[in-house]
Design a protein around this ligand. Structure first.
Ligand SMILES: Nc1ncnc2c1ncn2[C@@H]1O[C@H](COP(=O)(O)OP(=O)(O)OP(=O)(O)O)[C@@H](O)[C@H]1O
Length: 396
């Protein structure tokens, strides 16, 4: 038996009464690890774990939680499987494209471990349902990709006194930590102690914008499961108050201590997290409100031979994947910094577009501030164009 680490916590879950003969055979490689043993495996059997998002992190997390013998697994996701998910969301396969992710995940789990009870939540986690859903679980794993959900998960977990494991990924880098405000060792803290406020809209690109190496999801997802197993069984030292940052290119792990921030306001209720995080800035929302054109309207301009300039504000590698014929590439940051303003015509209408409309709305606000009062942007970006006007174009 290894020594007891200083930061060890008592097990989160009581052991189940027994393991069946089949379960003993299945989990034998766990049972012979002294730190896990029969008692640890019975705790896993009795555990109820909710995984939010059956995407990049949720996929490997669910597979390993199921294989490890967590008795009840909740899966919440409101999306359907897309072809672009398959490079990393390994719980889904080719024949699952178009299927709800929660349903597809349940089917894969049944194949990996039929002893797991899967509870399906084929819906979005919202301010309205989060507390009710969380109440049914001992532990939560947050595998989502947006700040509004991250703050929602944090605040709901704090209000219910539950621990959760958090992970995030981008390109070649990932981060993992455990947040538990009411940790029995008195060292609890929450996500707001680390990030008191969401970054300004558009500042932190999502994986959909910036990309992610598929295998990074397995690296980070499996660390999240490792933390879940430690919390459930009470072994090892959880990542409470510590953040692990992983760089897959350098192949380095770095540890950062997180401290309780006395300025962090007390969480007393759930709020409107979309508004708290601002999906786009107020300026961009105002600019877009009166200056958005639809794909059909853009096509009508082309068909009528109108003299206008279409500017694609994405990055060059995105332009290479797909572009709208005739569009000129000027990445958003060059417009926001003012550097590219001299390249824009003063005497012709300007239409901006990006992948799905958020970046072009930010660029549009900058153009309006710079005096290009008539500039417009394409609502839904090149994805909407491909869907509605030219289905032969690839999407990403
Ligand atoms: N509030 C929420 N409720 C339920 N599921 C959520 C919520 N927010 C995000 N998710 C899910 O979390 C998962 C995150 O996975 P991932 O980061 O790999 O993103 P994705 O949306 O599948 O991919 P991409 O953004 O690249 O298209 C997604 O399946 C998404 O539907």
């Amino acid at each position: 038996m290894s020594g007891t680490p200083a930061g060890q916590l008592p097990p989160l879950v009581e052991p189940a009464a027994e393991l069946t003969k089949e379960e003993v055979a299945r989990y034998s490689r766990h049972l012979i690890i002294p730190d896990v043993g029969m008692e640890g495996q019975k705790r896993l059997k009795n555990a109820k774990v909710l995984v939010i998002g059956a995407g990049g992190l949720g996929s490997p997390a669910l597979l390993y939680l199921a294989a490890a013998g967590v008795g009840t697994l909740g899966v919440i996701d409101f999306d359907v499987v897309d072809e672009s998910n398959l490079q990393r969301q390994v719980i889904h396969g080719q024949s699952d494209v178009g299927k709800p992710k929660a349903v597809s995940a349940k089917e894969s789990i049944a194949e990996i471990n039929p002893f797991v009870d899967v509870v399906l939540h084929n819906e979005q986690l919202t301010t309205e349902n989060a507390l009710d859903i969380f109440r049914g679980y001992d532990l939560i794993l947050d595998g989502t990709d947006n700040f509004a959900t991250r703050y929602l998960v944090n605040d709901a977990a704090v209000l219910l006194g539950k621990p959760y494991v958090w992970g995030s990924i981008f390109r070649f880098e990932g981060q993992v930590s455990v947040f538990w405000e009411d940790a029995p060792n008195g060292k609890g803290l929450n996500y707001r102690d680390l990030y008191p406020e969401a970054p300004p809209p558009g500042m932190v690109p999502s994986c959909a914008e910036g990309g992610v190496l598929g295998v990074l999801c397995a690296s980070i997802g499996s660390i999240m499961v490792n933390e879940a197993i430690k919390l459930i069984t009470g072994i090892g030292e959880p990542l409470l108050g510590r953040l692990i940052s992983y760089d897959a290119l350098e192949m380095r792990y770095r540890e950062v201590k997180i401290r309780k921030d006395p300025e962090t306001p007390k969480i007393t209720e759930l709020i409107d997290y979309e508004a708290f995080c601002g999906v786009v800035s107020q300026d961009a929302a105002n600019a877009a409100a009166a200056h958005t054109i639809t794909p059909a309207e853009l096509k009508a301009k082309f068909d009528a031979g109108e003299d206008f300039v279409l500017i694609d504000v994405r990055e060059p590698h995105e332009y290479e994947i797909v572009n709208i014929k005739g569009a000129k590439l000027i990445p958003k940051d060059r417009i926001l910094s003012g550097e590219a303003l001299a390249e824009l015509p003063q005497d012709k209408p300007i239409v901006l577009h990006c992948k799905s409309g958020a970046r072009s709305a930010e660029a549009l606000a900058a153009l309006h501030r710079a005096g290009f009062a008539d500039a417009t942007h394409l609502g839904g970006g090149v994805l909407a164009w491909a869907r509605q006007i030219d289905p032969s174009l690839p999407t990403y």
